[in-house]
Design a protein around this ligand. Structure first.
Ligand SMILES: [Zn+2]
Ligand SMILES: [Zn+2]
Length: 250
């Protein structure tokens, strides 16, 4: 949860304000919509903001507005040249009484102690989702696993196949080991009929811009590229990007 502590309402010049507003901050007579307009931007937000599901605005240590985040975007007209200088705007829906997050935080003491930086983060229980390893614990916002549980889950499965050697043999048999951009999706028409034309690109296994049926299954027959195709066919650009991203750990 992004927690932003607001100052009192003050007038600003709409010509100067990045969002064209005439006031920012918190005023006790503002409606929730007016308050949202006055406080959903513009803020210096870290990368973590992209994973958070809720934003809480506070004033004088008390929650005054809760927002379900739809997206966090760079403020319009910011200084794009200076990395890190860019401010962001939070877009989302104002939460109303009856929503668990509204009821837990609005009108209640801020979950964070007072701090110098107006923007802070709180690991809210409402944002946690069940860890995909099946342990029953909740993950931090935007994460699939509790830290380390992905590793444990993988190693559990390797152990079930008698260790790495057994696991590799099973994987290669069940899935096929195609680590490079060396997969051919045979060209098909929209209904899945092979066109008989030669393929034009090679891909990573799992490349997603192929024809699919209603259930999302890929219609193109898939096979490893031949040695000749590896030499003659260019790799798909999306797959090159995906492979580079995977190699850099991101
Ligand atoms: Zn777990
Ligand atoms: Zn591709």
């Amino acid at each position: 949860m992004i927690v932003i502590s607001l100052g009192p309402e003050r007038r600003v010049d709409p010509g100067e304000d990045e969002l064209g507003r005439d006031r920012v901050g918190y005023g006790p007579t503002m409606s929730p919509t007016a308050l949202y307009d006055a406080c959903h931007g513009t803020w210096h937000l870290g990368e973590r903001a992209q994973r958070e599901r809720f934003a809480l605005m506070t004033c004088d240590g008390v929650g005054v507005l809760a927002v379900a985040i739809d997206r966090v975007e760079p403020a319009p007209g910011g200084d794009e040249g200076r990395e890190g200088a860019r401010r962001s705007v939070i877009h989302g829906a104002v939460l109303t009484p009856g929503h668990a997050v509204h009821d837990a935080y609005v009108g209640k003491p801020s979950p964070l102690p007072p701090q110098r930086n107006p923007v802070g983060y709180f690991d809210a229980p409402e944002e946690r989702s069940p860890c995909l390893c099946g342990c029953g614990e909740g993950t931090p916002a935007g994460k699939d696993f509790v830290t380390g549980h992905d590793q444990t889950a993988v190693h559990d499965r390797i152990r079930q196949l008698g260790g790495v050697r057994g696991f590799l043999a099973w994987f290669d048999r069940a899935h096929g080991h195609w680590p490079g951009i060396n997969v051919i999706y045979e060209p098909v028409t929209l209904d899945g009929t092979p066109t008989g034309k030669p393929p034009r690109r090679r891909h990573l296994a799992g490349c997603d811009h192929h024809h699919t049926d209603d259930a999302g299954r890929i219609l193109n027959p898939i096979r490893p590229a031949t040695r000749e195709e590896m030499a003659s066919l260019p790799p798909c650009k999306d797959c090159v990007t995906a492979a580079a991203k995977a190699a850099s750990g991101g």
